[in-house]
Design a protein around this ligand. Sequence first.
Ligand code: NAD
Length: 485
Amino acid sequence: MTAAISPILKTDLFINNEWRPSSTGARFEVINPATEEVIAEVAEASPDDVDAAVKAAKACFESDAWRSLSARQRGALLYRAADLLEERLEEMCRLETLHNGKPLFESKIDVEMTIETLRYYAGWADKIAGNTIPVDGPFFTYTLREPVGVVAAIVPWNFPLNLASWKFAPALAAGCTVVLKPASETPLTALAMADIMQQAGFPPGAFNVVCGGGSTVGAQLVRHPGVDKIAFTGSTAVGKEIMREAASTLKRVTLELGGKSPNIIFADADLKAAVRGAHNGIFYGKGEVCAAGSRLLVERSVHDQVVEELAERARKLVPGDPFDKNTRLGPVVSKKQQEIVLSYIEAGKKEAKLIAGGNPAKVNGKGYYVEATIFDDARPGMKIVDEEIFGPVLAVLTFDDVEEGIELANRTMYGLAAGIWTRDIQKAHRVARAIKAGTVWINTYNFYDAAAPFGGYKQSGFGRELGREALEAYTEVKTVWVGLK
Ligand code: NAD
């Protein structure tokens, strides 16, 4: 079955540069959400396997093979991994679409960004430097930036490979070693990446992949005394659990969590662009995007026009086979996720006004699809406004002036991202400052770059990924004093 699905598919655990079945022999099924078929049976890591992966990462971290590599050589390994990934771009995209359900063109954007991220941090490897400090007295005092140690990277299923690279690329550039745990729904591209890392020349133990459940494999990584840092992306509920559990060993933790991001359309905006931005802001990635603009705030005088155009666009967004080049809406990732999204839609039908979608769908009689759905007349206090749905469901709220727009935008426990649509440059910058979120897009939405930091305010987490800022999370600062007299 393996070769028939994809020549790059691997299904065992990757520990110490070896492919190993689980020590218990256990395997779990990976399902294609578009066809509901089993596409792979992946080895499920046992506690012994997790322990072996952490020990391999630790041994590598302390080994000559890793320590004697210069920073520039570590960078060269990452460049090589980027080149190898580029050679396998098409296959990797197909694999991402197979287990996640996202349209193929979206997988291409993801894998291309992964390549960019590898190259970006490859370039950083030999530029991570300390400072000399002008202290009082006869001393030469300087700082070293040293790798934090073994990093456990725990990632969700929505951008499986790309979000993993946001962690393992800066970690390896900084000189850490990595144990990656992908989500059970989408382990295939992480495993294919392990093959690439080995070919690129990373020594045994530098990069390991263990697959399995969050409450088992993930939780063991969080508790394991051999892990120095947890880099987590996922839900706010699990993020809180991880922070509690990591306290007992005082691990370093960075948390990239959920969102309920406001996308604000002012009456003076370029409405055509704003409607397009609102549509892509919620329906790109099937709405399974942490920064999805899932609350659309529209100034009252343009509300009717905006809502009418949005509903028309949503009705034309027909669910389709993710491998068809014309498809713009694939299936959500799993049956469970479809049920969650549909339960929110049912709650929304009781609270607000449904103006598009609202149903499950199938393509060729199969698949966990959900129609592009829009609710109008939404207000704070409603489930569809207050809670992250993580599906193609938009809640439209109305406001009367700038202050009310800002107040509504900030009325959430989350603070991951926001969008602002206006032609008034002063208003745009004023609102950008007033919004409590880690990213604000003005007259655009949902753009990312390896050089631009990304992360949350409030309960969307803390720490930043991407950019120079991400490197801080993978290094410790050591201050060295030299007496000169
Ligand atoms: P999730 O929190 O259920 O799982 C994320 C990962 O954590 C998975 O690998 C899972 O197996 C693991 N996990 C689950 N329980 C665990 C535990 N107790 N200990 C250790 N690991 C555990 O999230 P999900 O459903 O896979 O992903 C969706 C969520 O991720 C959404 O809330 C979304 O907003 C968030 N997300 C955030 C960002 C960001 O950058 N802020 C990006 C993408 C997704």
